[in-house]
Ligand binder design. Structure first.
Ligand code: 13P
Length: 270
């Protein structure tokens, strides 16, 4: 029996400066602390809660987590593939590790579409993150046009193929890669993919990992769904066999809605 601990990852995007980030994490922790069953479940790591603040807020968020004593993981929203050098405005994976990041989101659709990140660039970032022990959360997903054109699977397959190009099996054996299926049309629109579609695509991704890296890798890899996840649509989503958590944008910016998602996930699991 595989035990993949669901990850509920709050991608804050360009929201919350350092002070607000620290205060938010403390508020989140104290609300968890005050609720006995929730606090027990989070401390027992029945679910993993992760926050992904902007670069400048990482350190203060880390401080808030440390002071609170509630287990929460920290991650960044992007990184460069080189360790250092003349790359104005960029941040390296080693720097993210130094401030306490465990995860880094790579290839988010906003990076792909607004900042023109290519599959090739994302592949380089994947290699670097894995080589330095930073766990990537690789985002894949189709646009509405691609979905309407019936090419969802082939778009996602190409994104996966390029992201994992040149990487070998053992890199993925310990469950150190997370993949997030985020259909572009569902992000920030209030239009979540149906539970069946989310399950179908998460299974498609798991099969890809199985074909490329073998059965154990496929069983270990956590696959998240992202796109308009809210407390009231969490239970259906989290009941799907191949959905191992959620990458949450808007609803992760508010303590009550983020914890609503956490609680509803725990309800499904217990
Ligand atoms: P929303 O939850 O706001 O739709 O954003 C999803 C997302 O992009 C998470 O990375």
């Amino acid at each position: 029996m595989v035990n993949r601990v669901p990850l509920l990852a709050g991608n804050w995007k360009m929201n919350k400066g350092p002070l607000e980030a620290e205060n938010f994490v403390k508020d989140l922790a104290s609300t968890i602390h005050d609720n006995e069953s929730l606090s027990k479940a989070v401390k027992a790591r029945i679910v993993e809660i992760g926050v992904f603040p902007p670069f400048v807020s990482l350190e203060r968020a880390k401080k808030g987590i440390f002071i609170s004593g509630i287990p929460m993981s920290l991650g960044a929203q992007n990184m460069h593939w080189e360790d250092n050098g003349a790359f104005t405005g960029e941040v390296s994976g080693e720097m993210l590790k130094e401030v306490g990041c465990k995860y880094v989101i790579l290839g988010h659709s906003e990076r792909r579409h607004i900042f023109r990140e290519t599959n090739e660039m994302i592949g380089k970032k994947m290699k670097k993150a894995l080589s330095i022990g930073l766990k990537p959360i690789l985002c894949v997903g189709e646009t509405l046009e691609e979905r309407d054109g019936g090419i969802t699977e082939s778009v996602v397959e190409e994104q996966l193929e390029e992201a994992f190009r040149g990487l070998t099996g053992p890199l993925n054996q310990e469950g150190n890669v997370i993949i997030a299926y985020e259909p572009v049309w569902a992000i920030g629109t209030g239009r979540k993919a149906s539970d069946e579609d989310a399950q179908r695509m998460c299974l498609f991704i798991r099969k890809f990992i199985g074909d490329k890296f073998g059965f154990t890798a496929a069983q270990n890899v956590r696959i998240l769904y992202g796109g308009s996840v809210k407390p009231d649509n969490t239970k259906g989503l989290m009941s799907q066999a191949d959905v191992d958590g959620a990458l949450i944008g808007g609803a992760s910016l508010d303590v009550e809605s983020f914890l609503g998602i956490v609680k509803n996930t725990i309800d499904v699991l217990l």
